[in-house]
Design a protein around this ligand. Structure first.
Ligand SMILES: Cc1ncc(COP(=O)(O)O)c(C=O)c1O
Length: 368
């Protein structure tokens, strides 16, 4: 049995009629950049995220850039974040001339360890970007408390966490701004790139809207320098059409994770650890395992897709060598980079497929 890490075609089959109808509307009205489809999506996604404002942008990366610009992050400023994340989190900080300052992660949740943040705060610190990795929120109470104490901005990198919550509050509502990605492989994926900035601040929402369109307000009058960070009309239409399926898809991912968890009990496979106050959307089902690289290869040879998020922590990437970090600086993140493996968890998987994958993993460890 062949099982890919993700099967977008299978998902398309479940929502095809709605999506084609939505795309067709944009073709008919020819509003390709922002326009009514994006406005409609923004209204729906703001309600879904339970936040006041949602601003559609061109990608999750651009959401981070817009959020950082909205907080006026400038060259020389320091922004604290996790070294175990997708490149864009730290890349966006560096692209604005600011300095990414890393704090190690928790071994269980894979998210930034809030207890390590305060010692990194100095007079140059301006913001914290917690990343809600794999669909589970970082612990936001201690993070926002530190931010308040030192007057730092908070930007949630919720690219992997649309629909996830903590203490009953949806991702994107804890910080000054929340950033989401609609890259096609995300739980809510577009038909191309797309992203979103959320906020409950009227002033920040206004600024983010202006920034995403070159800084113009009104038209052809530029008070601040922004960029072309606009969301396409077609993406807005597709995302709005898919949104009504999202809760069902997220729920199914949770059920799939539970099947794996049962089978992996009392085995060398450490299952994902979800904090008691979190509801995860299982963007990834990520286990930690011994002999990870050989398991990854074994699964591939047996037709089973799996993925490594991430093989190298950001503080050890060549492009960040100027920051002066060394191996051993963030031992938890570094260890996880050699132990994590994400298994297929997409909603359209059958129970039989999940069992086949899990049995193959156990067979690798001689546990038939
Ligand atoms: C944690 C995280 N941050 C930022 C991004 C950037 O999003 P995008 O690929 O839409 O630019 C991603 C997604 O790839 C991500 O996973």
């Amino acid at each position: 049995m062949q099982v890919p890490i993700l099967d977008l075609k299978a998902q398309y089959e479940t929502c095809k009629t709605d999506v084609i109808k939505a795309i067709n509307t944009v073709c008919e009205n020819q509003s390709f950049a922002l326009g009514p489809a994006v406005a409609d999506f923004e209204e729906k996604i703001a309600a879904y995220c339970d936040c006041k404002y949602a601003i559609g942008v061109s990608s999750g990366t651009d959401a981070l850039i817009v959020a950082l610009m909205a907080l006026d992050i400038k060259p020389g400023d320091e922004v604290i974040t996790s070294p175990l994340t997708f490149f864009a989190t730290a890349g966006s900080i560096a692209r604005l001339g600011a300095k990414p300052v890393f704090v190690d992660v928790e071994g269980d949740s894979f998210n930034i360890d809030a207890t390590g943040i305060e010692e990194k705060v100095n007079e140059k610190s301006r913001a914290i970007i917690p990343v809600h990795l794999f669909g589970q929120l970082a612990q936001m109470k201690p993070i926002t408390e530190i931010a308040q104490r030192y007057n730092l901005g908070v930007i949630e990198d919720a690219a992997q966490a649309i629909g996830a919550s903590q203490d009953g509050i949806m991702a994107g509502n804890f910080g000054d701004l929340g950033c989401f990605s609609f890259y096609p492989t995300k739980n809510l994926g577009g038909f191309g790139d797309g992203g979103l900035v959320t906020t409950n601040s009227t002033a920040l929402a206004e600024k983010a809207r202006i920034l995403r369109d070159h800084g113009q307000n009104p038209r052809y009058i530029y008070g601040i320098i922004g960029g072309n960070f606009r969301l396409d009309g077609i993406q807005g239409a597709v995302l709005a059409a898919k949104l009504k399926y999202l809760d069902g898809w997220n729920e199914k991912r949770g059920q799939n994770a539970a099947i794996y968890n049962d089978i992996f009990a009392d085995s060398p496979v450490k299952i994902p650890s979800i904090e008691a106050n979190n509801v995860s959307i299982y963007h990834q089902y990520t286990v930690t395992v011994p002999d990870r690289d050989n398991l990854h290869k074994y699964l591939s040879e047996n037709g089973i897709g799996s993925a490594i998020f991430y093989p190298k922590a950001l503080h050890l990437q060549d492009c960040f060598s100027y920051l002066g970090y060394h191996e051993g600086d963030f031992p938890v993140a570094e260890r996880l980079c050699s132990e994590v493996l994400s298994l297929p968890v997409y909603p359209e998987l059958t129970e039989e497929q999940i069992e086949t994958i899990a049995r193959a993993v156990l067979k690798f460890y001689g546990r038939d």
